[in-house]
Design a binder for this molecule. Sequence first.
Ligand code: 0RA
Length: 635
Amino acid sequence: MTYNASDIEVLEGLEPVRKRPAMYIGGTDTTGYHHLLWEIVDNSVDEAINGHATRIEVDLDPDLLGVTVADNGRGIPVDVHPKHKKPALEIILTTLHAGGKFEGKGYQVSGGLHGVGSSVVNALASELTATVWRDGKTYVQRFERGATKSKLKNEGRTSKRGTQIHFRPDPEIFGAKARFDSARIRERLEAKSYLHKGLKIVFKDEKGRREELEHPGGIVEYLAKRISESGKPPVHPEPFCLEREDTEVRLELALQWTEAPEERIESFANGIPTGNGGTHDAGLKAAIGKAVRGYMDAQNVKVKGVKITAEDIREGLVAMISVYVREPQFQGQTKNRLNNPEVAGAVEALVRTSLEQWLLEKRSAAEAILGRIVMAARAREASRAAVKEVKRKTAVSHRLNLPGKLADCQTTDPDEAELFLVEGDSAGGNAKQGRDRRTQAILPLRGKVLNAERATAAQVLANKELQNVVSALGCGLGKAFDIEKLRYGKVFLLMDADADGHHIATLLLTFFYRHMPALVRGGHVYLAMPPLYRIDAAKESYWALDDADRDRFIASLPKNAKIDISRFKGLGEMPAEDLKATTLDPRRRRALRVVIDDELATDAAMNELMGKDAAPRYTFIMENAATAAAEELDV
Ligand code: 0RA
């Protein structure tokens, strides 16, 4: 098709873009800032996808406040529009919704801004310079905040072809602190280089470091990279790959089952990553489910005792799917979900039969995949049965199946309820006395917690201590885990500050991380830091977190102060100064008593010593010892 300036549809000026930037780029945050770049890059990618360019170069300015995107395509047309008497380039860059009439005839539309692209970028850039190499000449034109700043200028002869845009996002719109993020840009460019296999993207970061991103293997190569990064081996040697096109959608797909304990589907629509999936992803999942079941029916495969769910079928699956649709509709706050309803059925139809056929042809791969699926189903059944069994066993203790040793709190609101896992019954007893029984529950653990790193759900639940933790939390574990059922919003590990305590805390963290990862990721697990020393002076008690804290305290005492350490070593008193740098066996920590002239130091004396201001650092209120100790160290 030949193309000239009269094909440009002129709609309106750029003021609305500067007035309501969010309507055009989603927001003026970092994502919006980078969106400007993707819009420009995608124009060049379109030029490449349509076979006119082979190379795109992205150069970050050294100050990260601007970027240059260049391609070796046809060059944006520069001929003068007969009605508007302006070069096409200027019209494209200064007019909202100006685009070629060819839009909608192919799959070249790059999502995101649906083609409104470069004028929006121009409107939101404090400066933009367009350079076009076309018909043997170099043309340059400059703009500021969408307004034309120079006439299109012919700067002489060239043998080059293509378009180059340099722009700086406007700090008036994005704030003075906004910058380009080199790593983020690199990652997105890398994804594009996998998605468009003929394409070569050269990226130069702000330090001038140059990288060529080019992946002739396309998404098949991308899939292999993802799998090798995961460290979980595939269960069959060759991935299933598909490239198809029908009236609704063009599709590229690569997938492979692995030993990974979860599924991972990465999807793209018109070259844009759709982190929240959408209709293409839904169609793919439906197709996989039906193809596998179809294969099982055709082969008369029967699995005794377990029902295979859709999730079982996709466990360990790693997939990359890229679709192109004519008018992509993106949904959600971050526009990372594809919403076109027609895509689901189209993808399902394209994938289903080919995948089923592939399974029938690749017998050994199909056997391996089926084995993987049956294993997933059995593991799920086993963990469900184990959870049920625990519920049944503990049913006697409480209507909620709570362990007998749990001193529960009164509130049932998980947002305020806290569970303290403490070491041993005696610590449990202390904590019970010190707690706020309205919101704080105590569960004492005795004996060794199982190392759950490699344990199955059933093995975990055979361990009495872990079983108690699971029933107290109420949210199940492994596949049966349900965060909605969590009874306490905060779970504190309150162990002794010694080697045993560290070990138990490590084992518990291992257990949570392996069997309730969502609990850890959701920020519900806290590691408490109990103070190592209590320092008694008359009726007041002071707590010192560790040896350094203790020594700071001792340094503030008068010269004649002595410390009673009889409970540590049976040695009676020693000068306070001498205690510094003496390591006391923390397992026998109880209390240090401050003695002055044979008397336990009085409150008044201590206040004088410490100074009123200094005191609070050491003063934890006894009644709340558990809370005070649980200085939240988020894990
Ligand atoms: C409109 C028409 C033609 C090319 C382009 C736009 C074009 C735009 C961009 C943006 C970045 N790089 C680009 N390269 C080309 C077709 C011109 C023709 O028919 O010769």
